[in-house]
Each structure stands twice: as C-alpha cells, then as structure tokens.
Design a protein around this ligand. Sequence first.
Ligand code: APR
Length: 301
Amino acid sequence: MTPPLVRVVRGDITQQAVDAIVNAASPQMRGGGGVDGAIHRAAGPGLLRENIERFPHGLPVGGAGWTTAHELPASWVIHTVGPVYGRGSRSQLVDAYANSLRVADELGAETVAFPLVSAGVYGWPRVDAIHAGFDGIAASGTSVREVILVTPTEEATHEVEAALWRVTPLRILQSMRVLHERGIENARLTAGMSPSGMYWRGSVWLGDREVVGYTTGNGPDVAGMDVTAATTPDALADHLLALHPDLTPERDPAYTQWYRELLALVEERYALPIAFADYFDATDGWEVGWGSGVRHPHPPE
Ligand code: APR
C-alpha cells in the first residue's frame, strides 16, 4: 500500500472540495466554536440533526465517526474528538487521526482534509499537535491517497511546512531506535550541518558500513525509500534491514542508553542533533537544535 501524500493548505476547511473533511468536535457532538462552529454553520442545520440521530451518546476522546456533509462541498464529515491538553494523552491525539482515517477507508474516501485537532480551544501546543497528527497518519496504514492539513493562519501553515521538512530526518532517528529495539545495537548515528549551514546531514552506520547517508537536500529519499510524515519508523527499519540482510547484530547497551536519551531530547523539542558544523565547538558534546545551547554528552566509545 502506498502511504498517502501529506500536504498543507492555508485556508478554511469548510471550503475544501475533498471527499471528507474532519471536524474537531466535542465528545457531545452538538456543535461548538472554532472549526466545529464553522463546519456546522457552513453545513447547515441538517448536520446537527444527523449528529443527534446517529450519535445519541456522542463520541469518546480519540474516537471518530462519519455523517454526510449536507451543504458543504465535501461528501462526508468525519467527526473526531481530540484530547484536552493537560487532561488527555498524546496517544489519544494520535488515535483521533488514525481512527478518522480508518473511517475514511470505510467510506472509500481518497482525499481527506484535517484541521489541527486539539490545537485550538483544547490548548495542545501546535508543533506537537502537528507531529501527533503525522504519527496518527503513519500508524493508520490508510489507503487514502491524499491527506491535507488545513490551517487558517500563515504562522500555522509555516509550522506545518517546517514539520514536514523535519519529519524525514526525525523518522531516520526513530528508525534507529527500532533497530536498537530489534537487537541491532551496533546501529550508530553521526549528524551535523553541511558547511553551507543549509542542510542537516545524518548517517546511520552498522560497523563501518554506512546504511543511510542522508541530507535534507535529498527531500524524502532515504536509501531509495520515500520517507514522509506517513511513514512509520518500523517501515524504514524494515527497508534498511532488507537492503542489508547479511548484517550481524551486536549488543551495545551503553550506546543504546546514550541514544535513547538523545532521542528523548529530539522528540521533546522537535529539533535535530548536531555533532559537527562549521564554527561548532564540540567540547560540551552534541547540540540538539543548532544554536539552541541544549547539549547532550558525546556518545560512549
Ligand atoms: N478551517 C480550518 N481550521 C480552522 C478553522 C477553519 N474554518 N477554524 C479554526 N481552525 C483551526 C484553529 O485555528 C485550530 O488550529 O482549527 C484548529 C483546532 O481548533 P478548535 O476548533 O478550537 O478545535 P480543538 O482545539 O480540537 O477544540 C475542540 O472546541 O469548538 C469546540 O466543539 C469543539 O469542544 C470542541 C473544542
């Protein structure tokens, strides 16, 4: 199955001529403010009537269900309920996306537009909400062809664009965790900035063999595979192992521990690790986010 294309559009989700738009609903599903209010206004009162009929008890957090789209240009509205920041969990936000796409698959929808679920009234920090959305899209295994994230503001659009750019290196880093978890603890990382400062470079090594030699100038191409927001770290790890069937797994608990801590910083900040760059003083270790001052000690030898 080809994973969907994920892209961003700045605009109003009610105007999208896609098969299905997703609504960031409340558990009661009786309308509200934000994107929910905009969708109910544009769809007309029939949408609320259908919600009451079909969802007398609403939906649980992380759940999803569909109605028709009434006066909207789309064919369906997929309603999902994101978690409230500070009360619900990130995995519920991931589920909101994955379950919405499962509903889209049941409907046979090929194009689906999402708002940034939970990133408004529900207070979820936007960059994490965007990446949780990516994780849900990747986890769903959907056959939807195109997922469009629709954001009304220029600032949010730029944040989604930046996250789309960053997600390929992030998936490489996460696939190394998968390799370690599968007992291939000799998978090692080198990472830094190109001399121009324009590109992040990351390599994954197995012994003296470079299995990934990536720069952000390559876009989504990682060792011949398109790695995007819709790719799971497991799928990339499978791809790398298929390319190197003869590799010998080795144990290296000190390194994997170091790497786990590095990746925790990366995933907390959505910032890439740097071991080298022009004018970079490596004395205090690696930096997570170039120029951030956040340091992680050098890996154990
Ligand atoms: N098109 C696209 N995105 C929109 C639109 C629109 N017309 N209107 C708002 N948004 C964006 C917001 O900028 C925000 O980034 O949708 C994102 C989600 O914000 P909310 O609509 O507040 O959704 P959420 O944070 O999940 O809160 C859901 O709010 O309206 C109530 O009934 C709803 O209780 C539920 C809660």
